[in-house]
Structures are given as structure tokens and as C-alpha cells.
Design a protein around this ligand. Structure first.
Ligand SMILES: C[S@@+](CC[C@H](N)C(=O)[O-])C[C@H]1O[C@@H](n2cnc3c(N)ncnc32)[C@H](O)[C@@H]1O
Length: 252
């Protein structure tokens, strides 16, 4: 905990322990995650404000999104980029907007539609677009229950759905359960409630040769493989995270 206090003092209080610092120490002692207390985090060189309390972006997400961005940049150089066309990208279940923001910051000719069902997340995304100086015209924010209000087709769809199985609830850290939004965490009894709906509909929203990148819990790999077959995706593969666990489905 001492390390967290030091980090808080440095990041938020410029090493000056004011009265508010001691209040924040109390929040940390009560178990509130450090990123909420500091008020922001970093994600692939973007500053992510967390004042509206979306899910705190995770290092595993940052890892696979970073890998995908590298791949898209390679592809972009060799084909689409040269035609001068903008890449149309959807960040579904966007939360803080960390994924779409990283895409906008790192891929030159990208346009991102951010969607989430939760109003606080839509407000959070607006704040984060402003903080990261993203130019208007390169994004849209859409309130949508999965694909209900999404009309367009995309070159790439990114998704980090709520995917924790309720039966695995006891594996989750107490502070996560107490402070982070449950609607961002749980995906029904087997964790696949949103993933099923997402994979069933995502194909209709892909351009020719478009691709989906979706985060998962490694224990769901076999069932998700089954879903990609059921919904007739032509190709799929699973990528591992920095800890060697399957974390991302790539399909199209
Ligand atoms: C796991 S969080 C992902 C947040 C962010 N993309 C990230 O990677 O940190 C899942 C998000 O899905 C949103 N969500 C939950 N149910 C939804 C639904 N039915 N339709 C759209 N979004 C939903 C939650 O509000 C939450 O922001």
C-alpha cells in the first residue's frame, strides 16, 4: 500500500501532501482502486480520464489492442492506406473509450464510432476525446444496446464485452466487485451472454474482408470457437496476451 500512497502523491499532488491527499489515502485504505483515486490512467499513450467511473482499462486489453494496431498499420501501408480511403472502425462496449482513442491516436486515416449502452460511459468518452485532442469529424458516439442502434458497416470492429461468468464471481478481487461497474464485468451465468449476441450480429456490420477483434476469458476459448463456426465466420484465430493466456479472438 505504501507504494500506492507514493504514486498518488507524485501523480496527483506533485509530491505535496495536502489535506485532500490524506482524504484520498482514506479512499485507498477503503479499497478503492488507485486509478479511480488518481482520476486517470494511461492506455497506449492516451490519457484516460476515469471521473465518470467506467471500467478501468486493463493491461491485457492494452496489450492486444497494441498488437492489433501494429498489424493494421502494416496492412494499411501496403493496401488501403495507399488508396487514400479512411478506415471505418467500431469500438463496441467502449466504456472509457480507451480502445477507440488508441486507434484514433495511432492510425492516421481512421474514423471511429464508439458505442456503449451506459450513459456515464458516453459522457466519459466525450471527455476523453477532448483531453486527447481528437479532431471532430473523425468520430461519432452512439448509445446502443449491442448493435440495436448501429447502422453502418466497418473495416474493423473492436469489442471488449462484459464476459465474466457469474459462477466465477468468487475469483474476482473484492475491490473490483465493490468499485467497478457490474454491467461492465458480468456476461450472464456462463459469461457468454453478450458474446453470443455480438458474434451473431457483428458479421452483418463488416465490410468485405473486414475483421473483428474481441477480448475473451481464456476459459471460454472452445465455446467461442464453436460460436464462430455456428455463425459461419470464414476464418478465425486466437491471440495470447502478455501472460501467455488466450485473450483475443480475431475473426472475419
Ligand atoms: C468490459 S467493459 C469494456 C470497456 C472498455 N472497452 C475497455 O476495454 O476498458 C464492457 C462495456 O460494455 C458496456 N455494456 C454492457 N452491456 C452492454 C450492452 N447491452 N450494449 C452495449 N454496451 C454494453 C458496459 O457499459 C461497459 O462499458
Amino acid at each position: 500500500m505504501q507504494k500506492e500512497f507514493e504514486w498518488l502523491l507524485k501523480e496527483k499532488y506533485n509530491n505535496k501532501p495536502t489535506r485532500n491527499f490524506y482524504k484520498d489515502v482514506g479512499r485507498l485504505k477503503a479499497g478503492e482502486p488507485l486509478d479511480y483515486v488518481i482520476g486517470f490512467t494511461e492506455f497506449l499513450r492516451c490519457k484516460i480520464d476515469l471521473s465518470k467511473k467506467p471500467l478501468i482499462p486493463r493491461p491485457e486489453t492494452e496489450y492486444w489492442v497494441g498488437e492489433v494496431i501494429k498489424e493494421i498499420k502494416k496492412e494499411n501501408h501496403s493496401s488501403r492506406g495507399s488508396s487514400g480511403q479512411n478506415l471505418r472502425i467500431l469500438d463496441m462496449f467502449a466504456g472509457s473509450g480507451c480502445i477507440g482513442l488508441a486507434v484514433l491516436k495511432n492510425i492516421k486515416n481512421s474514423e471511429v464510432d464508439f458505442t456503449d449502452k451506459a450513459k456515464n460511459c458516453l459522457e466519459q468518452i466525450k471527455i476523453n476525446l477532448k483531453i486527447n485532442k481528437i479532431k471532430s469529424g473523425s468520430y461519432a458516439i452512439i448509445q446502443s444496446d449491442i448493435f440495436d442502434s448501429v447502422k453502418d458497416k466497418y473495416d474493423y470492429i473492436f469489442a471488449n464485452p462484459p464476459y465474466i461468468a457469474i459462477k466465477r464471481r468468487n475469483k474476482i478481487q473484492k475491490s473490483v466487485l465493490k468499485f467497478e461497474p457490474k454491467t461492465a464485468l458480468f456476461g450472464g451465468s456462463d459469461g457468454l451472454f453478450y458474446i453470443r449476441k455480438f458474434l451473431k450480429n457483428a458479421k452483418k456490420h463488416l465490410n468485405e474482408s473486414g475483421e473483428i477483434f474481441m477480448e475473451l476469458d481464456f476459459v471460454q476459448k472452445n465455446e467461442i470457437e464453436g460460436l464462430t463456426k455456428k455463425y459461419k465466420y470464414k476464418k478465425y484465430e486466437f491471440w495470447k496476451d502478455q501472460f501467455g493466456k488466450y485473450r483475443c479472438l480475431v475473426c472475419g
